[in-house]
Design a protein around this ligand. Sequence first.
Ligand SMILES: CC(C)(COP(=O)(O)OP(=O)(O)OC[C@H]1O[C@@H](n2cnc3c(N)ncnc32)[C@H](O)[C@@H]1OP(=O)(O)O)[C@@H](O)C(=O)NCCC(=O)NCCS
Length: 147
Amino acid sequence: MPVAIRSARLNDVLAILAIEQRAPHAAHWTAEQYKKLVGSGVVLVAEEAGQLCGFVCAKAVASEWEIENVVVAAEFFRRGIANELVSELIQRAANEAASGILLEVRESNLPARRLYEKHAFREVGRRRVYYRDPVEGAILYALRFDR
Ligand SMILES: CC(C)(COP(=O)(O)OP(=O)(O)OC[C@H]1O[C@@H](n2cnc3c(N)ncnc32)[C@H](O)[C@@H]1OP(=O)(O)O)[C@@H](O)C(=O)NCCC(=O)NCCS
């Protein structure tokens, strides 16, 4: 069954939250925060046969975009869904003349780090004590568009 990538609507927020809350390594946000981002940022969802199976969300601050979260439901892992979500987000940022995309990720989150590296994000810094529960450092990644 093919997976479709589309912009999120307000009535996707409960399904987005359900996927996010089952992912311990994801950033955890409230429904209100996601609603706000659907309105003012970029939230893309992946859908298969009418079921939401993953999402990516980003904020644009001037020309700099920042990925806030990428989550795929565990039963859909390793089927290329995050790849498609991140590719589409990069395409949109490029189309809107962004100068680059930034993000932070837990040092231990190797699946996410490999995902970003595969999309040509490069490590640009580290923050030693950044996350809580458990305490962990962050790696900062950036993808720069050549203009
Ligand atoms: C990270 C995550 C989004 C990947 O989703 P996914 O749909 O399974 O990823 P894909 O199948 O599209 O894989 C894309 C690439 O990611 C990397 N990757 C994904 N899962 C991986 C794993 N378990 N181990 C190593 N690399 C992995 C690989 O580079 C992969 O490319 P490849 O298939 O050519 O090897 C998913 O594991 C997830 O939701 N994790 C929990 C939430 C989270 O940690 N989000 C990141 C917050 S910053």
